[in-house]
Design a protein around this ligand. Structure first.
Ligand code: CAO
Length: 416
């Protein structure tokens, strides 16, 4: 079956997570993604956090499905020559090397543009061009700190905290994918390629937009009514860490359910939607609160929100998180069990939708991965195993016109 990105050829010069997440998604949607890797070692994640000796680690396999692997030493003249040929016939080059690495290899934007004026060159860096930290190398948590996420995550009496969600890495890769698709559509109009640059700091900040909203509100009025610090605690002049508070106008919190003493995830997230106050009271058996002026408006509830959460926790005491949600959903209350990764891996709905999917890998056998979070009516996304290091080298070289003797000579020249 044809895919929307069929015919789009991508040189995937990415490593670790931010870049690979981007190119993996484009490969799922049909692009021909050729991952260029250093002979002998390849992407560092092939060997990081291995669970099976000498077999590509899950870190790699879960971020590089549906791709081809071409080993090429792009610092050697023979490797540069192959890369130049590839550039001439590809649509996009994606990279997330440290600042300046591509230039040092001799592949500046100007040079690539000269080789192929239609080429889109897409880069991830820690900080944007011209930023006073533009020379810094950056990993996930560095970006979460730089983008404002860490200072606003965690509890007020603890240190800045990073999120388990890859706000710096995969999130930046998703921003880059949007940039690449936009440049591809733009190229249809202009016939020209362009540079697409996304910084990890900017991508994190883009997801922390409401915290910049809060800083401006705090500057103006000195308090933030939806934070646990209000009205009993104190605010300083910076947005505080709000624990598990809801980030909008609907108060919420993580609440204990039956078994929390031994199960670290026996909790639900409960949201008190203003207009759902009556159903909440009915669900909890607290009908007397429906008309009670001390409770029946959001403003009236504000100073006793944690007393209300305590009442809800008493109600939850004899219910598992799943039983609780099954009751609360009937009352239209936005809530969810706190899902462990073990529960997610086995979840029948996630399996049925393909969001959790089992993939076959030549060396490791079957493993689980996260499939496409984007579902189409006409496009089926099939996830295939990640390539072995250099698995497609000969195939790609042959497609570039190299005969078997030239392929053998190239292997020799690049031997490590
Ligand atoms: N052949 C020859 N050389 C190659 C090669 C190939 N196929 N592929 C990479 N290299 C070389 C590069 O040319 C570069 O060499 P120089 O530094 O001598 O010019 C080197 O390998 C790679 O450098 P790097 O700076 O990218 O690698 P690092 O491990 O020191 O840093 C990282 C890793 C991620 C911190 C850095 O790449 C970075 O900051 N990237 C941008 C931000 C980013 O994407 N971070 C997220 C990563 S996911 O957490």
């Amino acid at each position: 079956m044809s895919k929307p990105l069929d015919g789009i050829k991508i040189i995937d010069f990415t490593h670790v997570q931010a870049g690979p997440a981007c190119t993996q998604m484009l490969a799922w949607f049909g692009a021909d993604v050729i991952k260029v890797e250093r002979p002998g070692s390849g992407d560092v994640t092939r060997s990081q956090l291995r669970d099976i000796p000498d077999v590509d680690a899950l870190y790699f396999t879960m971020l590089n499905s549906n791709k081809k692997s071409l080993t090429l030493d792009t610092k050697k003249p023979e490797g540069k020559e192959v890369l130049e040929k590839l550039i001439k016939e590809s649509d996009v080059l994606v990279e997330n090397f440290g600042p300046g690495a591509l230039d040092r290899m001799g592949f500046t934007w100007e040079r690539i543009n000269e080789l192929n004026p239609k080429m889109i060159v897409a880069s991830v860096k820690g900080f944007s061009d011209g930023h006073h930290y533009e020379d810094l190398k950056v990993y996930e948590n560095v970006a979460q700190c730089a983008g404002g996420a860490a200072s606003t995550t965690g509890f007020w009496d603890g240190p800045p905290t990073v999120s388990a969600a890859a706000l710096g890495d995969t999130n930046t890769g998703m921003h880059l994918a949007i940039g690449i698709l936009t440049a591809l559509i733009g190229r249809e109009k202009t016939g020209k390629g362009q540079k697409v640059a996304v910084s990890m700091q900017d991508s994190v900040l883009n997801l922390c937009r409401v915290k910049l909203r809060d800083q401006q509100r705090l500057d103006r009025i000195g308090y933030l009514e939806e934070y646990p610090q209000y009205p009993h605690g104190k605010f300083s002049d910076v947005v505080p860490r709000g624990g598990n508070a809801g980030g909008g106008g609907q108060p919420g919190w993580v609440l204990k359910c039956k078994g929390w003493e031994t199960d670290p995830n026996a909790y639900i997230y409960f949201t008190i939607q203003g207009h759902a106050w009556a159903p909440i009271c009915k669900a909890l058996g607290k009908e007397e609160w429906i008309e009670d002026k001390a409770y029946n408006t959001a403003a009236a509830r504000q100073d006793k929100i944690f007393d209300i959460f305590a009442v809800i926790e008493r109600w939850l005491k004899d219910k598992t998180k799943f039983e609780a949600v099954d009751i609360l959903r009937k009352f239209d209350i936005p809530c969810s069990p706190v899902m462990s990764m073990k529960e997610i891996a086995a979840d029948p709905s996630l399996r049925a939708s393909g969001t959790i999917t089992e993939v076959d890998h030549k060396a490791r056998g079957k493993y689980l991965t996260v499939g496409s979070p984007i579902k189409f009516s006409e496009t089926t996304v099939e996830i295939t195993g990640s390539p072995l290091l250099g698995e497609h080298t000969d195939e790609v070289l042959a497609s570039l016109g190299y005969n078997p003797d030239q392929v053998a000579a190239l292997h020799l020249a690049q031997a490590v």
